[in-house]
Write a protein that binds this ligand. Structure first.
Ligand SMILES: [Mg+2]
Length: 376
């Protein structure tokens, strides 16, 4: 069979553990056993490849990741395409330093803050030394990057719901992105605050072109214009354009967000509490931003109800809070998981969301809904 015709047919991960005859000892502790994962990649020609993952603790968790996260982007592909497959796999695990582990920590950390609040009979925003906000300004997120008719209908719906700030998705090409920004500004008039989110669509030169147009249209911010790891690109873009830049939803920890903040490349930092290690690490990022006079605007995106609730708590507490991302698309994991909604567009008053005053996150989980959405 020609190498070009070869296809990956299956990926099997074998989680292994062996007890050592002699426990090993290092400065980090004792290692009485070792875990590894052996990876078996099968092809349609019958050729089998073997690999190994370092998996210091819990090889079953790594094996699960290989089979459920990586395998779907491998099966059917040519095994010689190592460079593009590597990128595809990295993308599945959200790639940059942090990834799955820090997102896992986030869930645990948010739950710990909920416990602390319940023990103290205080809402989390008070434990955080809250800024005392009873309500927080919300912006509508987002107008989809679809055709003009859909974008116009979604924008008019946001206005009808009382939003005073709206975010608009844009993408390639710069000309199409600028046309969309012009259309929405024309629909809402000069008083509504508008921002755009490019989700990394541009390179530095394209982003410069779009940024100039956004500044002329009086946009509030230009979100994730370029890939998040291009820190130098953000710094250059900041020098080239007048529009405020926003980013941070792709960062996992404060040390990653540090360069964007310390160079003042962004005017708004947007960590997602369910990605950026929970309330503990997200607050570190928001505090770091505050020290550099950069605003904090929580990212919620496609996360669920508990992320939204934790974001509301942080928003209520942080001195440099700017505006809360209020998602406007139907998301059962945000709307149905709690017995009473928090931070939802259906409950806004004058474009503001109420801050729960109950203990902890101020939420009650609907256990029936929890069971209904559980896939295990
Ligand atoms: Mg975004």
């Amino acid at each position: 069979m020609a190498s070009a015709d070869l296809r990956i047919s299956d990926v099997i991960a074998h989680p292994l553990r062996a007890t050592l005859p002699d426990a090993q000892r290092t400065s980090q502790g004792d290692w009485p056993s070792l875990d590894i994962v052996v990876v078996e990649v099968r092809t349609d020609a019958g050729i089998v490849g073997w690999g190994e993952c370092l998996a210091r603790t819990s090889s079953p968790a790594y094996a699960e990741a290989v089979e459920t996260i990586l395998k779907p982007v491998l099966v059917g592909r040519n095994p010689f395409e190592t460079a593009s497959l590597w990128r595809a796999m990295r993308g599945r695990l959200t790639g940059r330093a942090g990834g799955m582990l820090v997102e896992s920590i986030a869930g645990v950390d948010i739950a710990l803050w909920d416990i602390m609040g319940k023990v103290a009979a205080l809402p989390v925003h008070r434990l955080l030394g809250g800024a005392g906000r009873r309500q927080i300004l919300a912006y509508a997120s987002s107008i989809n990057w679809g055709d003009d008719a859909r974008a116009e209908a979604e924008t008019r719906d946001c206005l009808a719901r009382g939003f005073r700030a709206i975010k608009v998705k844009i993408g390639q090409t710069p000309r199409a992105a600028i046309a969309r920004a012009e259309l929405i500004r024309k629909i809402v008039g000069p008083e509504i605050r508008l921002s755009v989110d490019a989700n990394w669509a541009f390179d530095l030169d394209e982003a410069t072109q779009v940024g100039e147009a956004l500044a002329a249209l009086d946009y509030w911010w230009f979100e994730e214009p370029i890939v998040p790891e291009d820190i130098d690109g953000y710094r250059r873009l900041r020098e080239r354009t007048k529009v405020r830049l926003a980013a941070g939803e792709s960062d996992f920890v404060a040390t990653q967000a540090r360069d964007l903040i310390a160079t003042r490349s962004v005017g708004v930092i947007q960590p997602d509490v369910a990605r950026a290690g929970g309330i503990t690490e997200t607050r570190r990022i928001a505090d770091l931003a505050d020290a550099f006079h950069v605003a904090y605007a929580p990212h919620v995106g496609w996360s669920g109800a508990i992320c939204a609730a934790a974001s509301v708590q942080l928003a209520a507490a942080q001195p440099n809070f700017l505006v809360y991302e209020c998602m406007i698309f139907a998301n059962p994991l945000r709307e149905n998981l709690l017995t009473r909604r928090v931070g939802s567009f259906q409950d806004l008053v004058d474009g503001h969301a109420a801050v729960p005053e109950g203990p902890g996150l101020g939420i009650d989980i609907d256990r029936d809904a929890l069971a209904r959405f559980t896939i295990r």
